[in-house]
Structure formats: structure tokens, C-alpha cells
Design a protein around this ligand. Structure first.
Ligand code: TA6
Length: 312
């Protein structure tokens, strides 16, 4: 019996509501590139970004005069109840497939719901935008617990995304999650990924789930779908764009690295066949065996910080 998964597409705030919250801050504006899917446009003195209210999903970010740092598929479309392919989708309260029920949405439901815009501010060269997602009857149909998520997004010469996950109920529960960052590359075959050497990973693309030792820095020459057991930062040396991109993190003992390569790219309808050459996902996660326990009134922070460095 197919389980009817109740997933709401209703926005909780109108364009007027959103505009009123940001009305005092000229650097923050509300646009609607696709009807029904408002986006916060951010223009700081040193960078620019766009953030979708749907999923509280950062879509784009780049320091001024730099090529994009995040990748968004040119075939991505905003559709309610589905994640947009790119930027930084928030995967919660489970990473990947649901641990028990394969009919549940992949990567949980936080990325496919409209969040509430709580506040926006501009201090110096930094914009801070805060979104909230609170449990309701719809979410309880998928995850029978009370929670309050707060996404705090800081835009300046770096991009910081912090997900605070709070248990507002009376039952204890575990979660898995990821800030599923799509990084834009000049050419996947001309990068070196540093930061995972010396750690072990679970290969999600293999039936063998025994941890594998990562002997060297990672070069991607085929499908990679790995959960690294690592608390380290990642540095991507992009020889084509002659820059390095760093991904720092906090509250995470696992880093997911994903590139679909040729075959999987062809299978994904919202990804051009050659798109595998232009991005890699470096996801600060709580995945695999790294599953935080949230006690009543307890909370956990998962944070990623992304920026550019010269290609040393
Ligand atoms: O993070 C890696 C992964 O779990 C891959 O297995 C692949 O499924 C990717 O996420 C994208 O998932 P999505 O549901 O957004 O297509």
C-alpha cells in the first residue's frame, strides 16, 4: 500500500510579508524569479548571494568579480516538494534514504518545505539572514517528533551556513543531516581535493560497506559517493580556475563527497549530461555512524564555512 506522503507546498509568508521584514535593508531584496518561489537577493560590498525561501536554500554565492563558488544546475526548476539541484540543500532529519522506509523522501523534508523568514540584517560588510522551520502535523506524518530548525546564513567575503536543530518535544531522538553543498568547478579532471587523506570512508556507490582507507589526496576520475569519517576541513585546488576553495565545518564528524560522473549525470533529469565536469559536492554532514542524539530541549549545530584562497 503506497504511503501518501503529506508534504505541504504552502508558503507561510507572502511576498509583502517578506519584503516588510527586509524593508529597512537596501542590500537585501525579495524577488520572485519563479512565481510562488521567492528568493532573497543579497548584495554586500564584497560579495553577492541568492537564497530561496523554499528550503532556506542558498542558491548562489560569490565574492565580487569572482566566478560562482556554488553550482546550480541549468536544468534545475523550483517545484514544491522537490529540492532544487544546486547551492546548499539542507538535508534533515535524515541523510540519504530513510533508514527504515524507502518510500520516504530522500534526504528528509527540510529542503522541500517553505521556511519562515525570521530576520535580516546588515552589519559592516556582512549580511545575516535567519530562517526557521518548526514541526507541524505535516512533518509529524514523516517524522513523529517536535523540533525547531534555525538556519543562520552569513554572507560576506566568506559564506557561513549554520543549522541549529532543537528538540522541542519530550522524546529523545537521533537525526542525520547534511549541508549538501554543490561547489562550482572549472573542470572536475583538473582539481585536487585535500583534507580526506588518512581518513576512512564508506563507499555509497558499492555494496561493500566496509570502511576504506584514503591513502592520498582525492582526484575524481569516476563516480564518487563517499561518507568520509573526518572532522577535517576540505580544500579544493581548482587548477582550471586558478583558485582554491575551502570548506570548513563544525558539529560534523563526517564529510560526504559526491560526483555522479557520466552515467548518473545522464540519469538525473535536472542535470545536463556533461554537468559532472562542472561540480563536486562537499557536504558537511552528520551521516553514517555520525548521528547526533537530541534530548528534550537539547540542540545540535551543524555549520559550514566556504571561501576562496589563492592557488598556493
Ligand atoms: O550526497 C550524496 C547523495 O546522497 C548521492 O547518493 C545522490 O543521491 C545525491 O546525494 C543527490 O541526492 P538527490 O536526492 O538530491 O538527488
Amino acid at each position: 500500500m503506497a504511503k501518501v506522503l503529506a508534504v505541504t507546498f504552502a508558503m507561510s509568508q507572502s511576498i509583502e510579508d517578506l519584503t516588510a521584514i527586509l524593508s529597512e535593508i537596501p542590500e537585501l531584496t525579495v524577488t520572485e524569479p519563479e512565481i510562488g518561489f521567492p528568493v532573497i537577493e543579497v548584495q554586500t560590498p564584497v560579495s553577492a548571494a541568492t537564497i530561496a525561501v523554499h528550503g532556506a536554500q542558498v542558491l548562489t554565492w560569490a565574492p565580487t568579480d569572482h566566478p560562482p563558488v556554488l553550482y546550480v544546475s541549468p536544468k534545475a526548476k523550483m517545484t514544491g516538494g522537490k529540492a532544487l539541484r544546486g547551492g546548499i540543500p539542507i538535508c534533515w532529519p535524515w541523510f540519504g534514504n530513510h533508514p527504515e522506509d524507502p518510500q520516504m523522501p530522500s534526504h528528509g523534508f527540510a529542503r522541500t518545505r517553505f521556511w519562515e523568514l525570521v530576520s535580516g540584517e546588515m552589519v559592516g560588510k556582512m549580511a545575516t539572514i535567519v530562517f526557521k522551520l518548526v514541526s507541524d502535523e505535516e512533518t509529524k506524518a514523516l517524522f513523529p517528533f517536535d523540533f525547531e530548525l534555525t538556519a543562520t546564513i552569513r554572507i560576506a567575503d566568506k559564506l557561513r551556513v549554520k543549522l541549529n536543530m532543537k528538540n522541542t518535544g519530550v522524546e529523545i531522538y537521533k537525526v542525520s543531516s547534511a549541508l549538501h553543498t554543490y561547489l562550482s568547478l572549472g573542470d572536475i579532471e583538473r582539481i585536487q581535493l585535500e583534507g580526506v587523506k588518512g581518513s576512512h570512508y564508506i563507499d555509497q556507490a558499492s555494496d561493500d560497506k566496509e570502511p576504506v582507507y584514503q591513502e592520498k589526496n582525492l582526484q575524481i576520475k569516476g563516480e564518487v559517493d563517499r561518507i568520509y569519517q573526518s572532522m577535517s576541513s576540505v580544500l579544493i585546488r581548482d587548477l582550471d580556475r586558478y583558485r582554491s576553495v575551502f570548506v570548513d565545518k563544525a558539529g560534523s564528524r563526517s564529510t560526504v563527497i559526491w560526483n555522479p560522473w557520466k552515467e548518473k549525470s545522464k540519469e538525473l533529469a535536472d542535470l545536463p549530461d556533461k554537468a559532472y565536469k562542472e561540480f563536486v559536492c562537499v557536504e558537511c554532514a552528520n551521516a553514517g555512524t555520525d548521528k547526533p542524539t537530541l534530548r528534550p530541549n537539547g540542540s545540535h549545530n551543524l555549520e559550514t564555512v566556504i571561501g576562496l584562497r589563492p592557488l598556493s
